[in-house]
Design a protein around this ligand. Structure first.
Ligand code: ADP
Ligand code: MG
Length: 543
């Protein structure tokens, strides 16, 4: 036998490798499994999912990114689609389901083309052209919205919340969301609006109806003063933030003191008492009447604080400390004995209030008014969680609408208009790229067709009717899930920020193109992750 016949093995035994069409189809199948998993949750008539983790904790949601984050996705191509959702969430805060469904459909249409022997690189470059054109169309059909258009902004907030359980109180929450965002709006150096959503804080409590949620212009800290005989209300609060314990370290004492007779013991106790008292008196001396401490406060120190009429909380969360710092102007101090008057922050009022049966500290009239808190209520903790997710979606869309100053209509109307204009564009390009651009155009129609399907209507009928209306020039023709008809979305006030579409189209295209260009998957034995999200091995993987 000649040497030339022996296969050369360059990969470690156990390494899995897929090449060519197998690799492509498996990757696409895995990615599509992800988009199929979230499909049924799209839109006002979308269903919720109940997710149970390995510890038995339950999340009920129809938020695309939440569903995908909770799912333990293994397959590398599937993970790329999860990334699409996460990017959408980070950049826009809404439209996560849309972006994933779009990516899945772009891949599905690509499979048809690969079957018809169109090379994946041709599809990829056609998709890129289509993406650019889609962005251009989107920009052209977008309309202006400004900070002063409160009613419009409320409608944008409502559209984001409509598919969520808060839908019945959407007017109430829409007002709340716009008020919250308008309170924290800022301008950057160039004079553009800049909105830092970290300045909106949520505090969740179950046990009340969701429309008992309310907004507070200030901060809420889920803490009460360490001692009941401390004041319940401090006006003109001078606030100290301390990241150090009001305690005498026991280790130091162990190392240094050896007690031989009782008088030494009492001297030692007196010394300890003096050290604690010095700490408290130092804080008082610089003028603080409220103390938030990230660490512990010794019993004796608590007693001194109470005696001085100082409102003191201990073990305050780091994130709360930072928020307190930002909004009251206080700096966080690490060494108690080095605190200075200039480290203190200010609030008109610090007050202990009862929420349900729990005491919380409200900090109102802060120096920097650009801080709001929303007390989120819900019948149970799970409901309160979903209310919070809906509010986060809503103020995210209001934020990006204000920042970009642009909005589009929903209900699949914008996706359909893009599809229509892409088809004209494809014809002008011709050749093989034309086929890919046409496939891209059809993929856009997955948005109206899924909305129709989830509302129990025939997706094909709806898409055909919608094409007809767009051809006739009604660029706002979209699907109304409540009537099952194609109607004018601008007239129905179904509006959303331009950035949802912009980002969803971009990241869905990126992911689809990236997956299409892979024709070789080499997985080491250790990773062994070539299976879909639901734990089913991919066909053809184990031979
Ligand atoms: P996503 O995670 O993508 O935001 P949603 O479940 O929030 O998914 O659904 C968003 C889709 O629902 C968008 O296409 C939006 O235009 C559509 N939609 C929202 N409200 C309405 C409405 N009243 N009528 C028609 N479509 C709507
Ligand atoms: Mg949404």
């Amino acid at each position: 036998m000649g040497m030339g016949n022996a296969p050369v093995i360059i990969l470690r035994e156990g390494t899995k490798r897929e090449k060519g069409k197998d690799a492509q189809f498996n990757n696409i199948a895995a990615a599509r499994a992800i988009s199929d998993a979230v499909r049924s949750s799209l839109g006002p008539r979308g269903m919720d999912k109940m997710l149970v983790d390995s510890l038995g904790d339950v999340v009920i949601t129809n938020d695309g990114v939440t569903i995908l984050k909770e799912m333990d996705v293994q397959h590398p191509a599937a993970k790329m689609l999860v990334e699409v959702a996460k990017t959408q969430d980070a950049e826009v805060g809404d439209g996560t389901t849309t972006s994933v469904i779009l990516a899945g459909e772009l891949l599905k249409k690509a499979t048809d083309l690969i079957d018809a022997n169109v090379h994946p690189t041709i599809i990829a470059s056609g998709y890129r052209l289509a993406n650019d054109k889609a962005q251009e169309v989107l920009k052209n059909i977008a309309k202006k919205v400004t900070l002063e258009d409160e009613d419009t902004l409320e409608l944008i907030a409502q559209t984001a919340m409509i598919s969520k359980s808060v839908n019945n109180s959407k007017e109430y929450f829409g007002k709340m969301v716009v008020e919250a965002v308008k309170t924290i709006v800022d301008k950057d150096e160039e004079g553009n609006y800049a909105i830092d959503l970290r300045n909106i804080q949520t505090v969740k409590k179950g046990g009340a109806k969701m429309d008992e949620s309310y907004i507070v212009k200030g901060l809420i800290i889920d803490k009460e003063p360490v001692q009941p005989n401390m004041p319940k209300l401090v006006e003109n609060a001078k606030i100290a933030l301390i990241d150090a314990a009001f305690e005498v370290k026991k280790t130091e004492i162990d190392a240094q003191i050896k007690i031989t007779d009782p008088s030494q013991l009492s001297a030692f106790v007196a010394e300890e008492e003096k050290m604690l008292k010095d700490m408290v008196m130092k804080v008082k001396a610089v003028g603080a009447n409220v103390v938030f401490c990230q660490k512990g406060i010794d019993d004796l120190a608590q007693h001194f604080f109470a005696k001085e009429g100082i409102y003191a909380c201990r073990r305050v969360k780091k994130s709360d400390m930072e928020r307190l710092g930002r909004s009251t102007g206080a700096s966080i101090v690490n060494k108690i004995m080095e605190i200075d008057e200039s480290d203190l922050g200010y609030a008109e009022k610090v007050e202990l209030k009862k929420v349900e049966d729990e005491d919380m500290t409200f900090i109102m009239g802060v120096k920097e008014p650009k801080t709001v808190s929303v007390l989120v209520r819900g019948g149970t903790a799970h409901v309160a969680d979903e209310v919070e997710r809906s509010l986060v979606d809503a103020w995210s869309v209001v934020k990006v609408a204000i920042e970009d100053g642009m909005m589009v209509t929903g209900g699949g109307s914008t996706a359909m208009e893009i599809a229509m204009q892409l088809r004209d564009y494809a014809a002008s390009i011709g050749g093989r790229a034309q086929i890919a651009i046409e496939a891209y155009a059809s993929a856009m129609e997955i948005i109206p067709s899924t909305l129709a399907e989830n509302a129990g209507h025939d997706p094909i009928d709806v898409v055909i009717e919608m094409r007809k209306q767009h051809k006739a020039g009604n660029i706002y023709g979209g699907f109304n899930p409540y009537t099952g008809k194609v109607e004018d979305m601008a007239a129905l006030n179904v509006i959303e920020p331009y950035r949802i579409g912009k980002q969803a189209i971009n990241s869905a295209t990126d992911a689809a193109v990236m997956i299409l260009r892979i024709d070789d998957v080499i997985a080491s034995r250790a990773s062994n992750q070539l299976q879909t999200g639901d734990g089913m091995p991919m066909p053809g993987m184990d031979d």
